[in-house]
Design a protein around this ligand. Structure first.
Ligand code: FAD
Length: 317
């Protein structure tokens, strides 16, 4: 939090990166090798999603959100924020998760409600509590005072379940008033959407940093799936651009990169964003190139990792 504020006060743009926990034990080794390389670029922090499928709090499982966050912090030595959802746990359980995060050494939590299971779900019904992110932020403050830096989510187009954009904005203000020190936004496709959101937040007295969550388009099917899951509509002009190239993965990735750089450059230049938070989807290529083009990637030479026989210049990189 202090590091973020210092960088914002300096006026030097920076970046942070979101990862989800890898799904397999093999994936864990690859994940940390990749993270080590990302670390060379100098992210101010990384954050790890709370992935229900990974049994997120289980420290004896190497693929759990908590184990991965512990590895990022204690092994890769990068400031790490752990996401945590509360809607599917009793309050006591969430308090245990927070204790555990403290024991690992974590100092930052992204406090979230979490998604409700779809009503049509054929899976066995899961217990869902009435808790929201606002409740969790209050619990963190009650139980841990200022120990944790608390971040919360923000929705530039309003959360799909919110009664209105305005109601969602007021709810965001309540989360900040309860103790959230940083807002990270849901992905969006147009710079104006974020600019307007920041303006609206400032107008109602939200003063904390608002960091845009940026998802570069990496694939035609994947971005459509993600947009659908997030309740977002991909703008017509982007769909029209993608239509003739949708079967050419390289062309789509390249388009995604160009669009992303263009949007981020605008947000950084007009100062609506102090930094860029990249949803990496655990992928390396596009993200690194985007950060390099934006001039955010530190120009440190790549380190040869001890377990890489061919070192930094190996062609598979
Ligand atoms: P909340 O901020 O609690 O809001 C939930 C809804 O309640 C909103 O519609 C809000 O407007 C409404 N609401 C509640 N009270 C009021 C009120 N008094 N007035 C008006 N409206 C009200 N999901 C995961 O499972 N794991 C993750 O790691 C994860 N990471 C995420 C990271 C980011 C940056 C974002 C933006 C989302 C992430 N999500 C994650 C998805 C998130 O869990 C879902 O979007 C979920 O539906 C809402 O969670 P929330 O914490 O944003 O909810």
């Amino acid at each position: 939090h202090e590091k973020v504020n210092r960088r914002i006060a300096d006026g030097t743009p920076f970046f942070s990166l979101e990862f989800f926990p890898p799904r397999t034990a093999n994936g864990v080794a690859n994940f940390f090798t990749r993270l080590d390389r990302f670390n060379e670029g100098g992210p101010v922090f990384v954050d790890i999603t709370w992935h229900l499928g990974s049994d997120p709090s289980n420290m004896s499982k190497e693929t759990s959100s908590s184990s991965i966050a512990a590895g990022c912090l204690n092994y890769c030595r990068v400031d790490t924020m752990l996401h945590m959802t509360c809607v599917q746990y009793a309050k006591e359980q969430t308090l245990k998760h927070l204790e555990q995060a403290k024991a690992i050494g974590l100092r930052s939590i992204l406090a979230l409600r979490g998604d409700l299971p779809p009503e049509t779900s054929e899976e066995s019904p899961k217990t869902v509590y009435q808790y929201r992110a606002l409740d969790m932020i209050r619990w963190i403050k009650e139980a841990h005072n200022d120990y944790f830096t608390i971040a919360c989510s923000g929705y530039p187009l309003g959360h799909p379940e919110a009664p209105s954009y305005r109601a969602d904005l007021m709810y965001l203000k309540a989360k900040v008033d309860a103790g959230a020190q940083l807002i990270i936004t849901q992905l969006f496709f147009e710079a104006e959407v974020f600019e307007q959101f920041v303006k609206d937040c400032r107008e109602i007295g939200i003063t904390v940093p608002i960091i845009p969550g940026i998802m570069p388009i990496m694939g035609y099917d994947s971005i459509r799936r993600i947009a659908k899951l997030s309740g977002l509509t991909i703008p017509e002009n982007i769909l029209a651009d993608l239509e003739p190239i949708k079967h050419d993965d390289d062309a789509v990735r390249n388009y995604g990169k160009v669009k992303c750089v263009e949007m981020c450059r605008r947000l950084l230049q007009n100062k609506s964003a102090p930094s860029i938070h990249l949803y990496t989807m655990n992928r390396e290529g596009n993200c690194r190139e985007i950060l390099q083009e934006l001039g955010l990637w530190l120009k440190r030479p790549m380190r040869t990792l001890p377990w890489e026989p061919h070192g930094a210049n190996h062609p598979i990189r």
